[in-house]
Design a protein around this ligand. Sequence first.
Ligand code: DP6
Length: 429
Amino acid sequence: MATNQAPPAACKITVPTSPSAVIHTATVSAPTNIACIKYWGKASSQYNAPINDSLSLTLDQSDLRAVTTASASSSFTQDKLWLNGKEVDLKSNASTWKRFRACVDGVRACAGPKLDPHNNNTILVDNEEWKSMHVHIASYNTFPTAAGLASSAAGYAALVASLVQLFHATESYPGQFSTIARQGSGSACRSLYGGFVAWRSGGKLADWSDSRAEQIVDEHYWKDIRALILVVSDKQKDTSSTAGMENSVATSQLLKYRASTVVPSRMEQIEQAIHDKDFETFAKLTMMDSNQFHATCMDTYPPIFYMNDVSKSIVSMIHAYNEWAGEIRAAYTFDAGPNAVLYTLEVYEVELLALVLRYYPEVGDGYVNNDEKRLEAAAFELDGGLVEAVEKRCRVRDGGDVKMVYCTKGGPGPQTLEDGCSLFEFVSE
Ligand code: DP6
């Protein structure tokens, strides 16, 4: 499997240990997800619970994933975290510390015994022993961190999934692990499942344990859905989602209306569209919800701008494409950053990529992650009427506005990786 690759050398962590130390480890990879109905606004900051339901597609992990190794040992003297090869000072940032603790302690509370299958399933570590151990966690992303590509979703989903493996944890109710991942980063709860996933806002229970993710259909159900990700900027975003949401909840009237009135009916409609494989309805709702999310950002005081002029030119191009086709063949959606995610169907994937490559031409090697698709798109002849329709909307061919294009699709939830994928090398001193 593509995810079972050795980690990049720069992300490998060498940890000196005593020769007698027993170290337990587990490595997983976890996917990103891109919301069609957006989560924006917290009803509880303490529990990181949202003001509205949301729904996303979990993306394939071949190109975009977070890989995390979680390890525990009674020889470790403190909890430690490394991201992309660099150690994070966990306690220097109160929010990071709170999120990290919620995940580690939350999963550990569900721990089970580690058994020895080679020795009559004798207990190697019991539930109580896990509590006395510190953890070392190392993680890396295969895509730009904090550029609005849902890296926190993949990262916290990988953290929780690796801890579940490490501690042999089990859920006491369906979706319990998603309530833990949610406390790392809200959108992470949806990355614990493959396919289309809803996050039910909950709020009937005082501890918000009903604010959980739930799979709508798995990744095999609507197989021909495709996603193109246009990386407009790979820089870190200006306003974090957490800070942005806080301000939107405090100041936007539109956000209140959206959460109470718009989203509940959109959730019903989009779930039905997914069950019916009705792309037109799915795509229209996806675009309208992205637009409304960015409208609430604009309605925030002071306003937040995540989309830039390049993002807006992509919106125009997609509307020109759909109008020319006389049907909806593609949908755009934008998260808390300028990058576009375009949803389409397999039959139109090459046409859409050809359109993207015409107006946002390649800027160097590796511009498209998938060479086969790139060649197919290069050979595809776009209809003259389509070119005219796009150019009427003022888009001119301009290299450099888009830095990279990922061709991807729906995929499964977290995967357990082989020992050879571990990010740690424990060396006896
Ligand atoms: C625009 O999950 O990153 O991507 O819970 O504060 O960590 P925190 O926020 P986060 O917000 C994601 C917002 C979004 C929409 C979505 O994914 O639903």
